[in-house]
Ligand binder design. Sequence first.
Ligand code: ATP
Ligand code: MG
Length: 323
Amino acid sequence: MKKLLASYGRDDEFRAVAEQIILEEEQKNNRVLARTLRKTLDNAQPATPAPRALAPLIPFPDAASDFVERIEPQHNKNDIVLSDENVRVFVDLMHEFRRGDEIRRRGLDVRSKLLFCGPPGCGKTLCAEVFAAELGLPLYVVKIDRLISSYLGETAANIRKIFEFARKQPCVLFLDEFDALARSRDDTSEHNELRRVVNSLLLFIDRIRPKGFMIAATNLDQSLDPAIWRRFDEVIWFDKPDRQMIERFLQLKFKNVALDFDPLAQAGKLEGYSYAEIERVCVQAIKSAVIHRRRTVREQDLRRAIADEVRRRSGRARLKASD
Ligand SMILES: Nc1ncnc2c1ncn2[C@@H]1O[C@H](COP(=O)(O)OP(=O)(O)OP(=O)(O)O)[C@@H](O)[C@H]1O
Ligand SMILES: [Mg+2]
């Protein structure tokens, strides 16, 4: 009971201790009590964590609300696998942010504009969420595609409002799918008005000194315009996982799952896949144990799920070939 109270506020730990109490009651043959406790635990919903905002929230300007959405982070640093190098970069950025006032007083700039690059499904969006959660800053996602497709003359004013807001409110302003912007800058056939919008967005990015961070994410790397690169204080790469990272990821995904085999033995087969793809494999393997009403996931479940992913990829390659 002491352990249970000590775990207050930490959902995973609370659940583990509660499970242990139920198990002990079952072993003591107190079946009715054990069953009631189990039912209560199963029905209990974990409380959604309160945002750890550092500053009171400034209301978001109405006109810009069509283009910006506040997202409540659902993940924390335990949910993401990052390379040691990236962990170091993020820890340094956090220290810099926390000492921001002192740094600025000395006339120096605080790094605040980040570009996340890398293939799909390798953690760019997830990391923006985790980073905001770790900093205790609210996360605002800018819907670039909407911003670009709505060139109605008011767009430049809306962009200004978004950035004005990020200048006052310490937050993480996330420009996801930044590629859309990079691409439309390239596209010579596009409307002049669109080009103007894109350029004014780039100009604002140039000028803005956010109180928190502005993060842009893109799938493009080399093909990204150098004019865009140089606007960022830091470029961070999110690569597909290598063997060691795959093993860490598998350990994370099967952390709370009963297995009767060592999943790391299958890691080699998952090389070349993204985290999102490997996650799908793990989820499918776990589901097949549920479907067959087994308590443990078997090696065969994982092998089948991998085979499905391989099949899916070969289908995609065929589609590409017929393009
Ligand atoms: N590094 C990672 N660690 C843990 N889980 C990950 C990681 N990368 C991806 N995932 C899983 O895959 C999902 C999709 O990843 P995410 O949306 O962050 O990819 P992305 O890089 O933003 O891709 P896209 O370029 O398509 O936007 C995540 O929600 C998470 O479940
Ligand atoms: Mg993304």
